[in-house]
Each structure stands twice: as structure tokens, then as C-alpha cells.
Write a protein that binds this ligand. Structure first.
Ligand code: NAD
Length: 384
């Protein structure tokens, strides 16, 4: 079967779905890998590097896509709002597409892909189970985002992170507050601690307290309990507007006393909750920094401008978009491992054999044989 890896075309996207080192496992499994010329430019991998590991290089994108049985991408349709119609037109019926696709935010696009008779797997829908851990691209990218957000904050801050005891006096460490202690938040805690900051964190899911403390941060307790803060998949559940308002009030003092706030709070398929109001930002000390990792899902801070770094009443507010693309080499290495492990999970004797009872295959499948098949995507379609 022919596995095609096109060059990513989303503006600023430097990642690529496979790296040269990931090819031998695929060719050994009987797959033929063809990459578009220049696909590895963003990670400094030349076409020859892919060829040396067993890939063929195709100059013509349309020809590449029209031959493909399986297409591997980072940003598929849905994940790229301007995904070219010509790319979709090039694919033959029955082609399997595996990529990020934003299936819950873009259910209408998923319906169109189903109608095009493509089989679509969304990396976002990978079950968060121990079995699927090596295929969990969301965790890989969140790890990078958490790390990089702290570096962005340290770079923007007019203060040092660590404590210094020098002949010129003692420098007190920066106080960093992390809102949301999922994969990105925990990595942000670890990174800020490594840089010597004093770190506190809060998450709506109290189960993360131990993890937060094991990384050397203090878990902040609020005088409020969410109704069923966590669903069966380990994700946070959406709360009422009243709940978020009360949470804003309770967090306000803590935020105002922080030098840096990193926000990572997200609820799958929903707009991110606003946890920092304009008023609270205005009450922070000038020179404080907020890095809002949730910027691409609306943001956790009311004044965040997605994709921009602004100064609001003296407070630096950074709303980064697509952070993993800023670390394309390791982001691609991790993504390639995740996507190729997933692909190999479904390949037997050189052929794609879809076991629709398998929780991983079924869990990540959005569209198959002309239908949208994922329950959450079907529910999102009804709401749309
Ligand atoms: P996410 O990106 O959906 O959300 C980030 C964090 O924001 C979560 O910890 C969430 O609880 C938090 N949050 C949501 N609303 C909030 C609010 N109002 N206030 C404060 N925090 C809020 O989550 P994620 O990082 O992708 O993963 C969430 C969890 O999934 C993990 O912590 C873990 O328990 C589970 N998980 C399991 C596996 C596995 O078993 N293989 C892998 C990855 C994640």
C-alpha cells in the first residue's frame, strides 16, 4: 500500500508527519512510503535523507495524492481552515487520511470528508489509555507547548526566574502560577521549577494534586467543588457560567500576586473557559506576564489576542498559536512516532486491516464508508 506524506502547507507549519528515522519500520511492514519533495524542509531533512531510509520522492503533489492509499499529515482538513479543495479532489475514494482534523470544532467538514468516501482518523480522538499512549499526539504536542510557554514567559519577563544570592544582593525567585494541570500544565510546572521559580498550580480536577506536588509545586485549593469535574476519559467537564465567575473571583488574588501566569485550561470540543477577567489583568503588577496557551481555543484570559503579544495596562499578555511548530524537529519526531505506531497498529501483512471493534481504531475513526461514525462528532453535527 502506498503511504503519502505531503508537504504541510498551513502558514508557519514546519512540522512534518514522518521523519526519515520513522521510515524503516513502515517499509519493513510492507508499506511503500512516498514523500512530496521538500516535505522535510521545516525540520532540516533533505529529500535524500528520506530516500536513504527507503522512501520515494514525488515532485508533483497532485500525482502523489492521487496515488495514495493512505495519507499522513499533521494538519488535515478541519485543522487547516483553508485546506485546498484540489488536494481533496486528488484523493481517490476509499483513501485513508490520518492527521489532526479538529473533528469536534469542524464537524461539517468531517461530514464532507465522509461524503467524499474517505476513511478519516483524527489524531485528536486517540483514546487516552495506557495501550494508546505511544500514539497520543495530543500529549506529545501539549508537552512541547507547556515547556515552550514557560520559556516565552521567562524571556518576556523583566525579572529573573531563579533566586540569586550575589554580592549585589539577593534576588527573590519569580512566582509562577499555572492554571490547568493537564499534560501541558504539568510540563510547564516542571520547566518553571527547573528554571528556579516558585510555582503554584490549580486544576478543576482535584485528582491532579499529587502530580502537581510531586513536581515541587503547591496545589491551590479553592472553596468550591465542581460537579463531576472529570469525565470517564479523564478530561475536565464544562461548568456553568456561574461556576467560572466564582472561580475567577477566588483566583483573582493569587493571580495578582504572581509574576507569571501560564494558562492551559481546556474542555474538549468547547471554547476554553475564561478564568482571568480584564479587571484582574488590570490589577496585576506592571511587568507581569500571562502566557495563554489556550489562545487558539478562545483563550483563558479575557484580553488575550490570539497570535499576538500585547501589553495591557502594563501587563504582557502572550497568546501563542501553534506552539509545537516553533520546535519542529522534536515535535515532528514525536508526532511521527505517534502516527506511525497508530498506522502499524492497523496494518497486517502490508495491508490496512481495520478492526472496527478495536478501541483504538474505533476511537480515532471519524469517517468510514461514506458515514461519520464517531459518536462525539455526530453529536457535534447535531448541535451545529
Ligand atoms: P486538556 O488539554 O483538555 O485540558 C488541560 C487542563 O485544563 C486539564 O487538566 C483540565 O482539567 C484543565 N481545566 C479545564 N477547565 C478548567 C478550569 N475551569 N480551571 C482549571 N483547570 C481547568 O487536557 P489534557 O492535558 O489533554 O489531558 C487531561 C487529562 O487526560 C490528563 O491530565 C490525564 O488525566 C488524562 N490523560 C491520560 C493519558 C493516558 O492515560 N494515556 C494521556 C493523556 C492525558
Amino acid at each position: 500500500m502506498l503511504v503519502a506524506v505531503p508537504k504541510e502547507i498551513y502558514p508557519g507549519e514546519k512540522r512534518v508527519a514522518l521523519i526519515p528515522q520513522s521510515l524503516p519500520a513502515l517499509t519493513k511492514a510492507g508499506l511503500e512510503v512516498v514523500i512530496e519533495a521538500g516535505a522535510g524542509e521545516g525540520i532540516n531533512s533533505k529529500d535524500a535523507d528520506f530516500e536513504a531510509q527507503g522512501a520515494r520522492v514525488e515532485q508533483d503533489r497532485h500525482r502523489l495524492l492521487s496515488q495514495a492509499d493512505i495519507v499522513l499529515m499533521v494538519r488535515g482538513p478541519g485543522s487547516d481552515p483553508d485546506f485546498p479543495a484540489a488536494d481533496l479532489d486528488a484523493l481517490k475514494e476509499g483513501t485513508t487520511l490520518i492527521s489532526f482534523t479538529e473533528p469536534l470544532a469542524q464537524p461539517e467538514i468531517m461530514k464532507k470528508l465522509a461524503e467524499r468516501k474517505l476513511t478519516v482518523f483524527s489524531m485528536e480522538l486517540m483514546p487516552r489509555t495506557t495501550r494508546a499512549q505511544s500514539m497520543d499526539a495530543l500529549s506529545s504536542m501539549a508537552t512541547i507547548a507547556g515547556y515552550k510557554a514557560v520559556l516565552a514567559a521567562a524571556d518576556a519577563s523583566p525579572k529573573l526566574f531563579p533566586m540569586f544570592m550575589t554580592a549585589a544582593g539577593t534576588i527573590t525567585p519569580s512566582r509562577v502560577f499555572i492554571l490547568g494541570a493537564g499534560v501541558a500544565g504539568l510540563q510547564a510546572i516542571a520547566t518553571a521549577r527547573r528554571l528556579g521559580a516558585v510555582v503554584e498550580a490549580f486544576d478543576i480536577r482535584p485528582v491532579v494534586k499529587e502530580e502537581v506536588e510531586s513536581l515541587g509545586a503547591k496545589f491551590v485549593q479553592l472553596e468550591m467543588d465542581a460537579d463531576e469535574a472529570q469525565d470517564s476519559g479523564g478530561y475536565a467537564t464544562a461548568q456553568s457560567e456561574d461556576f467560572y465567575r466564582r472561580q475567577q473571583e477566588l483566583l483573582a488574588e493569587r493571580i495578582k500576586n504572581s509574576d507569571v501566569v501560564i494558562t492551559t485550561a481546556a474542555v474538549p470540543g468547547k471554547k476554553s473557559p475564561v478564568l482571568i477577567s480584564e479587571e484582574v489583568v488590570a490589577g496585576m503588577r506592571p511587568g507581569s506576564v500571562i502566557v495563554d496557551i489556550a489562545a487558539d481555543k478562545g483563550g483563558n484570559c479575557a484580553v488575550t489576542k490570539p497570535g499576538e503579544k500585547i501589553v495591557h495596562k502594563g501587563v504582557i499578555v502572550i497568546g501563542p498559536l501553534n506552539i509545537p511548530a516553533e520546535v519542529p524537529v522534536h515535535a515532528s519526531q514525536m508526532y511521527a512516532k505517534n502516527i506511525s505506531t497508530f498506522l502499524l497498529h492497523m496494518v497486517k501483512e502490508g495491508k490496512l486491516k481495520l478492526d472496527l471493534e478495536d478501541e483504538i481504531t474505533k476511537g480515532a475513526m471519524v469517517a468510514h464508508q461514506g458515514q461519520v461514525v464517531h459518536e462525539a462528532v455526530l453529536a457535534a453535527l447535531k448541535e451545529a
